[in-house]
Design a protein around this ligand. Structure first.
Ligand code: WQD
Length: 338
């Protein structure tokens, strides 16, 4: 299939582009480079050996988005593009609602105009809200504690209703747990701008000497070692999950299909630190800090539905995730060049 990948120069999008090409699909990237760099495309072309068409478009522009479909024969869409920083969404709710919803509306309108019936949407375990029952299953109730999370809940509802209105449509929402790691080549990886919000990139920057030490946000949670527990999933496993969902959609009933993409295992902050020290051979200095507002004690998936319906399984361990992250970060200490 010829697949339009929105946000294809981003962290998860770029890894998915590689998996799509390896699976024999054609890709067209749409990215406005607001949270990624053109260098990523050059790295992808080097890794895949093919030229990757890129349209630099703000997806909230309905006309410009439709123009991409007019110029490219698109068979399916994987929609990654969107603002995704929880803290920033609290400070800028209007920008988050407008950007994340309008970009989705533009894509859905262009798909309808050009007869494209297959869509995979990048959702998130954040839709399970503040007090999830563990392990989270796709039938768990959804809610949110911040505007970013609400955009994911709302977009899933839009997709459910749009899919119900047109039985030609087959749409998947993939709920990621905590994506980490990097392509084994070390050439692409997570490159947050500014101070990393998330644990793994922050730890990697401490290991490579860009940050002095890590603040562990709380060690008095009701977890085995008192620190936060999360279901970390390797970004390459996540990318494989997108290809599996895309290819499964041609055979499922019309409507919205929802799949958790997680390992089903919880790992604590202190366990991540120890794993990263093993992988990098570097000491990760840390200090215990107060809990971060909005954090939950533990989050991990029940991935049974993705395992049985997609034939997809997470394959990589936390040690693999740290080793691949370290290879990326040590090869690119300051991330991607401009
Ligand atoms: C993981 C653990 C922190 C940083 C977020 C978003 C979620 C999704 C994934 C988009 C927690 C602890 C972290 C640090 C720390 N993103 N931590 N020191 O919060 O589980 O999920 O990213 O979909 O929507 O909410 O990930 O990596 O920020 O935190 O101790 O400097 O590490 O308290 O226990 P989180 P995270």
């Amino acid at each position: 299939m010829r697949v339009l990948v929105s946000g294809g120069a981003g962290y998860i999008g770029s890894h998915t582009v590689i998996r799509l090409v390896q699976a024999g699909h054609d890709v067209v990237v749409v990215d406005d480079f607001s949270n990624s760099k053109p260098t990523v495309i050059a790295r992808l072309e080097g890794l895949t050996g093919i030229r990757i068409p890129v349209h630099v478009v703000d997806l909230t522009d309905v006309d410009k988005t439709e123009q991409v479909f007019a110029h490219e024969q698109i068979d399916a869409v994987i929609h990654f593009a969107g603002f995704k920083a929880v803290g920033e969404s609290v400070a800028k709710p209007l920008e988050y609602y407008q950007n994340n919803l309008d970009s989705t509306f533009s894509l859905l309108r262009a798909m309808r105009r050009h007869g494209v019936h297959t869509l995979v949407f990048s959702s998130s375990a954040t839709v399970y809200g503040a007090e999830p029952v563990l392990p989270m299953t796709e039938d768990s109730p959804t809610s949110a504690t911040n505007p970013y999370g609400w955009t994911k809940v709302m977009i899933e509802q839009v997709l459910r209703d749009v899919a119900a209105s047109d039985d030609a449509l087959r749409i998947a929402a993939l709920r990621y747990f905590n994506p980490v790691g990097a392509h084994p080549s070390g050439q692409i990886g997570e490159d947050p701008s500014g101070i990393p919000n998330n644990l793994m990139p922050f730890v990697a920057q401490v290991a490579v000497g860009r940050r002095e030490s890590l603040s562990v946000f709380g060690d008095n949670y009701p977890t085995p070692d008192g620190t936060g527990v999360r279901d970390y999933i390797h970004v390459d496993d996540l990318a494989a999950g997108h290809v599996a969902a895309l290819e499964r959609l041609v055979a499922v009933d019309p409507g919205l299909s929802v799949w958790n993409l997680g390992t089903g295992k919880g790992v604590s902050v202190l366990e991540v630190i120890k794993a990263f020290e093993r992988a990098s051979g570097r000491d990760i200095p840390y200090q215990i800090a107060p809990r971060r507002a909005g954090d939950i004690a533990a989050s991990y998936a029940d991935p049974t539905r993705a395992n049985t319906e997609l034939g997809w399984y997470a394959t990589k361990t936390i040690d693999d995730m740290c080793a691949d992250t370290w290879r990326w970060q040590s090869s690119n200490p300051n991330g991607y060049p401009d």
